[in-house]
Design a protein around this ligand. Sequence first.
Ligand SMILES: NC(=O)c1ccc[n+]([C@@H]2O[C@H](COP(=O)([O-])OP(=O)(O)OC[C@H]3O[C@@H](n4cnc5c(N)ncnc54)[C@H](OP(=O)(O)O)[C@@H]3O)[C@@H](O)[C@H]2O)c1
Length: 329
Amino acid sequence: MYTAATERYHQLSYRRCGRSGIKLPLISLGLWHNFGSIDDYNNAEQMARTAFDLGITHFDLANNYGPEPGSAERTFAQILRNGLGKYRDELFISSKAGFLMWPGPYGEWGSRKNLIASCEQSLKRLGLEYLDIFYHHRPDPETPLEESMTALADIVRSGKALYAGISNYPLERARQAIAILRDLKVPCLLHQINASMLNRRYEEEGMFEYLDQEGVGAILFSPLAQGLLSDKYLHGIPENSRAKRNHFLKESRLTPELLAKIDRLNRIAQQRSQSLAQMAIAWVLQFPSVSSALIGASRPEQIREIVQGTENCTFNADELAEIDRVLKE
Ligand SMILES: NC(=O)c1ccc[n+]([C@@H]2O[C@H](COP(=O)([O-])OP(=O)(O)OC[C@H]3O[C@@H](n4cnc5c(N)ncnc54)[C@H](OP(=O)(O)O)[C@@H]3O)[C@@H](O)[C@H]2O)c1
């Protein structure tokens, strides 16, 4: 039976999520890839245990993670049953609903019907009594926002989740959702958004400043741009990489222009005595409203490398300017 490392809270630091009582580790682990029923269970379990042993308390799921959809939640349930679950009060576990999960008109988007049924399903698959945070996974252009946000608030009030969150909401829609949740007295804990050196959309629209003012935490997913922000693609496409194995990262993204940029970023990282993956994480953690960088991994060593890299999260002005120049060219 698994026993967690006694030194687990000496490796990482923790940041408060906006104006809330919750702190998250600088690094969180997402189970979007490599935790499905098609993946190697032992590797998945080793990754989750390695993460927790390094002080990663936050594990991020969604109803549709797999493949097949739902199977990442089942895998995590098994990992919990096999020992991690005895640390339930030390864990912060999320799930989400909004993307297609079951056939018919209620299996996706943001109706009360979809969100409440989906939360029930996730709890059953995970074998848990409650989630720490339940998110609306993507904005729904048709359902009134009041309906989706009231469903989230009711999920929290019913005790099925402790906190509510939103994901992938652009600035104006996020403003509205956060205001509704505040009126319902269930404040939004986190906004989960895609941001990295290769995706500066939310930074450019002023999302980080806005969340800071509102006291809502930002948790950034795909901070390694699915692995592009590492040195692995500089000399071809490795067989065991996401670009080779998974349609979510298409080989066609690896243009000569992008590879030249990655090569230059890699040199800056080397000057800082870091790997590019470590520097990419340090870079997203520079924004004060960012509570955590939500990474994925395909093997335990990657998680160790990323956690180790958080020892050097500061940049001098010259480094930041040089990175900016590379990114804007
Ligand atoms: N809310 C949303 O809509 C949404 C959307 C997407 C993701 N997410 C969440 O965010 C999590 C992370 O997303 P992501 O997997 O795209 O994140 P990511 O951290 O940008 O990419 C993870 C991939 O990068 C590579 N990698 C990790 N550590 C590495 C290292 N030290 N050196 C070299 N390569 C490394 C691995 O790819 P290889 O397989 O090539 O080794 C790994 O699978 C997901 O699991 C999910 O929980 C949320």
